[in-house]
Write a protein that binds this ligand. Structure first.
Ligand SMILES: C[S@@+](CC[C@H](N)C(=O)[O-])C[C@H]1O[C@@H](n2cnc3c(N)ncnc32)[C@H](O)[C@@H]1O
Length: 220
């Protein structure tokens, strides 16, 4: 399910028809590329959830040419933008986008197994139950040895890391009391219960990148 939320930094139409351009996606792209370098398998299949404008996946595909990338989103306008960015890039390892609701059951069976999953800035926009469903599907979608790179803003010990984060979290909860920033520990707990190993990387602007790894076959 996708909510109609009022968000700061929403995407605007870019220079080329159909291509949306999000300031936040531009800001966090370089830190994300740097953090992902050396942390993803060199080859295999990669699926991005909630790809948004499509800016990120083009850069991910350029930076990781041995991975075959498929972007996805639930909203038709985003899918059109992703298709426009992908078409312009013309990369052999980047497929067109697929429609996928990351919070509903069944996508793992349809889209998996994948060696890499990426999700940037969605968890704070969904409910706890939707997060649990998403992580459950993600675990099912990962091939043995696969990694789920999960980035966003999080609470630490129930507390926002800045006044700006507290205000944004409050504005989300005012729009829908079921959504809002998740606590970093809750993400680690849910991932641990799914037997995913958890690496936590501190990112600029108090954000976190989780690398959730599924043990290789025969591993613990
Ligand atoms: C804040 S944007 C982040 C987009 C992109 N990952 C980025 O960082 O620029 C959230 C995105 O999640 C998508 N979305 C919302 N609910 C979703 C769901 N249930 N499944 C998949 N995508 C969803 C929205 O359409 C939007 O593109």
């Amino acid at each position: 399910m996708s909510r109609k939320l009022s968000l700061p930094d929403g995407p605007a139409l870019g220079a080329q028809a159909g291509k949306l351009d999000a300031p936040s996606a531009r800001r966090n792209l370089e830190p994300l590329l740097a953090a992902l370098a050396g942390r993803l398998p060199e080859e295999g299949r990669a699926l991005e959830l909630a790809s948004g404008t499509g800016q990120h996946v083009v850069a991910f595909a350029r930076a990781h040419p041995g991975l075959h990338w498929t972007p996805s989103d639930v909203e038709m306008a985003r899918l059109a933008s992703i298709a426009a960015w992908a078409e312009e890039a013309g990369l052999p390892n980047l497929a067109g986008p697929v429609r996928l609701d990351a919070c509903t059951e069944g996508w793992a069976a349809r889209r998996g197994p994948v060696d890499v999953l990426v999700l940037v800035n969605l968890l704070h926009l969904i409910s706890d139950a939707e997060m649990a469903a998403l992580l459950d599907e993600a675990e099912q979608a990962l091939a043995p040895g696969g990694v789920f790179a999960l980035y966003g803003p999080f609470l630490r010990g129930g507390v926002a890391t800045s006044a700006g984060d507290a205000a944004f979290d409050a504005s989300l909860r005012a729009q829908d009391p079921a959504i809002g920033y998740k606590d970093a520990q809750d993400v680690a707990d849910v991932a641990g219960a799914l037997r995913l190993t958890v690496e936590r990387v501190e990112m600029p602007a108090n954000n976190l990148l989780f690398l959730l790894r599924k043990p290789a076959q025969g591993g613990v």
